[in-house]
Write a protein that binds this ligand. Structure first.
Ligand SMILES: Nc1ncnc2c1ncn2[C@@H]1O[C@H](COP(=O)(O)OP(=O)(O)OP(=O)(O)O)[C@@H](O)[C@H]1O
Ligand SMILES: [Mg+2]
Length: 463
């Protein structure tokens, strides 16, 4: 509809312009012809000594080229001295053209040449008047009218032709617009139907669209989006089932322990033991939910609030927190924090990374082992390295350690209270902050986690 209306308006304007231009051309050609005739007659008449009906008639009869509808000659008052058709001789012709032609003013001392033209209903009506000047004074006026049907017919046929072309073009535009709109809306409806199916939750649905226009690109984008939705939906349900499974185990233990206490007659000592077990299971649940919350927080946070910070103070803070843990298994810390480079990150994020890596370094270490944290700069990166002298990670497990709830040795890890979420939190945060994480490990000797972040100064240089 918009196309049709726009082209209609444009064609209408073009139509009006063409017809007014053609009328203007006809007007101009008529004006010069009529004025010329008037001047010719006025010149001839101005040579007369006496201006009266008979002298004028004589002159007019000699002017054969004066083929006009009506010719009128008046004196300077507008009194008709000669009239070719109706006999108005003797009366005053107070036509506006004659009055204007006879008007003498300071700026027009010898009167005016006047022309009036109008087109109406297949005829052109032209009127011209010119003063008869004798020795610088206006003595009369020549007035002519002409009704021209030939010129009128020409204008009419020209306007008709333009109108026909306009109508033809409009019809073409309407037909094409309709055809185009029909295919366009059919394809659009197909996309909308697909989107409705996808909205209902069927992310495997694909929009089927061929072609090379924007609608095809849109369909491809939608298919891309549903692919992503499908993946994230799969991950989400996997996560929910993993999480419930993980939470189920300690809950089942608690249930079992309470049932035992309630069902059996136990001595105080055994009851205490059972209650203490319930306490540790509750503690495990608590740790797991805290980690789950950290993970959701790590995924949802934006890097916009990042600040420029040095890593050493955070490493020292974590070391203070974990010192007691380390002492239990006689693990010594080596902190090599001299080569510290500022990076752009949230302090809380950095804390999570360092805490989880160092906590693992203690948890999966051997009694009497050591844990080294080293800061260094490598080219444009600030590097954090956490090395332990622990049990190491088997090669086939390395590919999985960043997955949620993955633990190499489930039994052992559970015993140490591990939920398998620490490294996935680390991985999420590192990725979000455009960092890179690497693991190298030798079973029985130890593990090194290396994290590289773009150094803040290098980032500034790049921008
Ligand atoms: N430094 C390490 N040495 C040996 N194995 C490790 C080390 N760090 C991690 N792992 C292995 O990778 C698994 C995943 O680690 P992650 O930190 O994600 O979970 P977790 O330590 O078991 O539990 P959480 O950190 O959530 O309390 C661990 O269960 C452990 O088997
Ligand atoms: Mg851990």
């Amino acid at each position: 509809m918009t196309y049709v209306v726009i082209t209609f308006v444009v064609l209408l304007i073009l139509n009006i312009y063409c017809s007014s231009i053609s009328q203007m051309l006809f007007y101009k050609s008529k004006e010069s012809a009529m004025i010329e005739k008037c001047m010719l007659a006025a010149d001839e008449i101005s040579t007369l000594e006496v201006l009266n009906t008979s002298t004028i008639t004589q002159i007019v009869n000699q002017l054969e080229s004066l083929t006009v509808t009506r010719l009128m000659i008046t004196d300077q008052q507008g009194k008709v001295l000669y009239d070719s058709s109706e006999s108005c001789v003797g009366s005053y012709a107070l036509f506006p053209e004659i009055m204007q032609a006879l008007q003498v003013r300071d700026d027009t001392p010898t009167g005016n040449k006047v022309f009036f033209w109008q087109y109406h209903d297949g005829t052109t009506d032209s009127r011209a008047a010119a003063p008869i000047v004798n020795y610088g004074t206006v003595v009369g006026c020549v007035y002519m009218t002409e009704y021209d049907t030939t010129q009128g017919a020409l204008i009419r046929s020209l306007q008709l032709t333009v109108l026909r072309i306009t109508l033809f073009l409009e019809v073409v535009v309407v037909v094409f617009s309709l055809a185009f709109a029909k295919t366009f809306s059919r394809r659009l409806r197909r996309i909308m139907a697909s989107m409705r199916i996808i909205r209902e939750g069927d992310y495997s649905h694909k929009v089927d669209m061929s072609g090379s226009d924007e609608l095809t690109v849109l369909a491809e984008e939608i298919n891309d989006l549903t692919d992503r939705l499908q993946t994230s939906e799969r991950k989400r349900s996997q996560f929910v089932s993993d999480a419930s499974h993980e939470l189920k185990t300690p809950l089942a233990s608690i249930k079992l322990l309470t049932d035992s206490i309630l069902q059996y007659d136990m001595d105080l000592e055994t009851t205490r033991e059972f209650v203490s077990d319930i306490g540790s299971e509750a503690e495990r649940l608590n740790r797991m939910t805290t980690k789950l919350l950290s993970l959701t927080k790590a995924e949802g946070r934006s890097t916009e609030e990042s600040e420029i910070i040095y890593m050493a103070p955070t490493v020292q803070r974590v070391a203070r927190m974990l010192r007691a843990n380390a002492m239990q298994t006689n693990i010594t810390f080596h902190l090599e924090l001299e080569e510290d480079t500022p990076i752009l990150i949230l302090e809380d994020d950095l804390y999570q990374i360092v805490f989880n890596l160092m906590e693992n370094g203690i948890k999966y270490n051997l009694p009497g082992g050591s844990l080294t944290v080293r800061l260094s700069r490598q080219e444009d990166n600030a590097v954090l390295q956490v090395t332990d002298t622990g049990m190491g990670i088997p090669e086939d497990a390395i590919a999985h350690i960043f997955e949620r709830f993955y633990r190499v040795d489930k039994a052992r890890s559970r015993a140490t209270g591990g939920s398998g979420l620490g490294l996935s939190i680390v991985h999420t945060i590192v990725q979000r902050n455009r960092g890179q994480i690497d693991v190298s490990s030798v079973v029985g000797q130890g593990t090194t986690f290396t994290i590289a972040f773009p150094a803040f100064d290098a980032e500034v240089d790049r921008e």
